[in-house]
Design a binder for this molecule. Structure first.
Ligand SMILES: [Zn+2]
Length: 286
């Protein structure tokens, strides 16, 4: 199996950053083999590869920073790249944030699918897990075991009657991703919104781009939802994106996670890549 990129340059206009509220247009360009997923802040002429080496922990999104220039909320786009098996892509933008669109990965998926995916001459590389790896941060747990294909089992536990404890298992293939994950929208608890606004966040948050779990114990905007367990599915969408920070290699293994989020995903990938070198190998798919 070979590396891929998109067929042609394409524009995705009309989005707004979830946290900054800033309008942003994206331009996707094809890229050569071993280029990886790279963001170009064209206003600063800085390129930032989408790897854990440039990622920094932020509570509500995943952010890249290089030489003081940042690109935030990259996780949904990165998830789509992992989900579609795109190895190489240059993403050009002029502001600090990737737009949220409808809160899922669907707009990115639709645009990149329209551009078309093409194979390059060089073999695709993946991370193969050789031994179990355990990571714990308080009550957060991430556990990865060797397997012949990538899978994610994610359990959440939110203090809200519509969520509570849930678990979902997902085998990562291009078709499963497009059918089960890519449309899962982000979500938040209504009681947390004033706190987030005080911190200057969610300026672009609206009732049509985030599922809101209200104070009465209901979904406030059930009409925008596709599945009742959509918050759990969105956690997997986020994790598929954050885990692509492993130098844009898909991880072949069974991933079990409990209550993890962007910061712990990044901490896990850093731990895996820098401290567990004897427990995985980067291999070419033949
Ligand atoms: Zn998300």
């Amino acid at each position: 199996m070979n590396q891929t990129t998109i067929n042609e340059t394409c524009l995705l206009n009309g989005g707004v950053g979830l946290h900054s509220g800033i309008k942003s247009n994206l331009c996707f360009h094809p890229a050569p083999a071993d280029h990886g997923i790279v963001f170009l802040r064209s206003d600063k002429q800085i390129e930032i590869p989408a790897t854990y080496r440039y990622a920094k922990p932020t509570p509500l999104c995943t952010t890249l920073e290089r030489e003081g220039v940042i690109v935030e909320t990259i996780e949904h786009l990165l998830s789509v790249c992992n989900g579609m098996g795109i190895d190489n892509l240059l993403v050009e933008l002029e502001t600090i944030e990737i737009p949220i669109f409808d809160g899922s990965g669907y707009n990115f998926y639709k645009k990149l699918s329209q551009a078309g995916i093409r194979q390059l001459a060089q073999p695709k590389k993946v991370i193969r897990i050789l031994e179990p790896i355990t990571f714990q941060q308080g009550e957060i747990m991430i556990y990865v075991t060797p397997a012949t294909a990538p899978s994610f089992t994610f359990s959440i536990d939110f203090d809200h009657p519509q969520i509570g404890q849930q678990e979902f298992s997902f085998n990562l293939t291009e078709s499963n991703y497009s059918e089960q994950i890519v449309r899962a929208k982000t979500f938040c608890l209504e009681k947390d919104i004033p706190k987030m606004k005080e911190l200057g966040l969610v300026k672009g948050g609206r009732e049509d781009n985030a599922i809101i779990l209200d104070k009465r114990g209901q979904f406030k905007n059930l009409d925008i939802m596709t599945w009742l367990n959509e918050p759990n599915l969105h956690k997997i969408l986020d994790q598929v994106g954050d885990f692509y920070l492993a130098d844009n290699y898909r991880i072949i293994g069974n991933v079990f996670s409990h209550k993890s989020g962007h910061s712990s995903h990044l901490a896990f990938i850093r731990y895996l890549m820098d401290e567990c070198q004897d427990k995985y190998e980067v291999v070419e798919l033949t």
